[in-house]
Design a protein around this ligand. Structure first.
Ligand code: URA
Length: 432
């Protein structure tokens, strides 16, 4: 395959052959294709899209670029959960111990931050000593020991996605349906859990913003999962404002702990319960029973105990006091009185990245202490001067005043309260 010709074909809107897709994926995993050509192909796919056949091909070749763990063969009840990427989306850190505390094993291939979103892997990294599994033997050991495994992409699993994920982040090619489907499903199928719960985000803080695009993405993800014999449920959930009220690595670990302690952000708790109920239903529970069991495990402390157990099993220190804290803070306040009509999740996500909670270049270090605390939600009434968000500054030198102005502008304030938006917009999928 002449890779320049392959790029040109996609640039011109033509369909890539199986051999061209193989050259792309193989070249990404073994390094034979350079960053500039991979980036050009990513941009061509991002702009031109891909057919269902090309997307399926991409998923399968990316899945096969590394090992297959076949978790479902040894742990048929194990469930995997993945989000298409949101802001203040701390669900994974609560979902995993909560669902595992109900007796359903959880395996999750976590990702680093992408674009304006903060990644689960970076959040876990804020826990001193925490090491996600990087190979099958370790993943199975963790599942045996505590019923939960957080895994990280390595050379072993979907290595093509590992390289493309980084490049997409640096080349503004994240918001592409086929690239998101290939990225998520190649990892899911390589890990090989037989059950999957998907959280497809919709709104300003999501990669694909509209309801139509979110539905297409959910249907494509569900279609690929079904095609591979995976039982799957997908929720389309609201991302018109941050999900939880904390953005940033250490801060989101604290936010997860707060929910596990029976307190915490209600939106984060509610969506985790919805996704958890889907997981338990896949495991054969009746929906009402599933909800009751999840609520009980939160209330009686067993989900919190499971969190501590899983952190220790992954080599981490579960003591909250060990989490990094910001060095200073800057407060963004309301410029006028009124109702909060919008909270621009993407903008707050980018502000968190600028503060150090994410990477702007591949060599950037993530600062676990940096982040944004959101104090006002859509529909709330605020008075002039009321704090809307606290920018938590870590070690990175930033223009605090400039970021404060951007944070203030991220909150729309008007005279009328907007109609409340539901947290779960749609449910897609069913068992195979
Ligand atoms: N999560 C992923 O793993 N990949 C994407 O492309 C988006 C969200």
């Amino acid at each position: 395959v002449n890779f320049v010709e392959a790029i040109a074909r996609k640039r011109d809107g033509l369909e890539l052959s199986h051999e061209e897709i193989e050259a792309f994926v193989q070249g990404a995993s073994d390094g034979r294709v350079g960053d500039e050509q991979l980036a050009a192909m990513l941009m061509a796919i991002c702009i031109r899209g891909a057919s269902a056949g090309e997307t399926q091909n991409l998923v399968e070749t990316m899945r096969d670029s590394g090992a297959l763990w076949r978790v479902g063969a040894d742990y048929p009840a194990a469930v995997d959960k993945h989000s298409t990427g949101g802001v203040g989306d701390t669900v994974s850190l609560v979902f995993a111990p909560l669902v595992a505390s109900c007796g359903v094993p959880v395996v999750m291939m976590a990702g680093a931050g992408l674009g304006h979103t903060q990644g689960t892997l970076d959040k876990l990294d804020a826990i001193p000593g925490f090491h996600p599994a990087e190979n099958r033997a370790r993943a199975f050991q963790l599942l045996d020991r505590c019923g939960v495994c957080f895994a990280a992409q390595s050379e072993e699993i979907a290595p093509a996605d590992r390289r493309l994920y980084l490049l997409r982040d640096l080349t503004a090619t994240v918001p592409s349906l086929p690239l998101i489907v290939a990225s998520i499903m190649s990892k899911k199928l390589a890990v090989g859990a037989a059950r999957l719960v998907l959280d497809v985000k919709c709104g300003s803080g999501a990669f694909l913003k509209t309801r139509k695009a979110a539905r297409e993405l959910a249907e494509a993800l569900v279609g690929v999962a079904h095609g591979a014999g995976v039982e799957v449920r997908a929720l389309i959930s609201d991302m018109t404002q941050p999900l939880g009220s904390r953005l940033g690595c250490a801060s989101e670990v604290r936010a997860a702990l707060a929910v596990l302690e029976g307190k915490g952000d209600p939106r984060l708790r509610d969506l985790t319960l919805e996704l958890g109920a889907e997981a338990l239903t896949l495991a054969g529970h009746a929906p009402d029973e599933a909800r009751r069991q999840l609520a009980t495990r939160l209330a009686d402390g067993s989900a919190l105990a499971k969190f501590r157990e899983l952190v220790e099993a992954h080599g981490g220190d579960p003591d909250e006091k060990q989490l990094a804290r910001p060095q200073t803070a800057v407060t963004a306040t309301a410029r006028r009185e009124g109702y909060v009509t919008a909270v621009d999740a993407e903008e707050l996500g980018w502000i968190a990245v600028a503060l150090g909670a994410g990477r702007r270049t591949s060599t950037d270090e993530v600062d676990p202490a940096a982040g944004v605390a959101v104090h006002a939600r859509v529909g709330e009434r605020v008075s002039a001067g009321r704090p809307l968000a606290t920018l938590e500054l870590g070690v990175r030198q930033v223009d605090g005043e400039g970021l404060r102005a951007r944070a203030e502008a991220a909150f729309g304030i008007g005279d009328e309260a907007p109609a409340p938006a539901p947290l779960v917009l749609e449910r897609i999928g069913g068992s195979t």
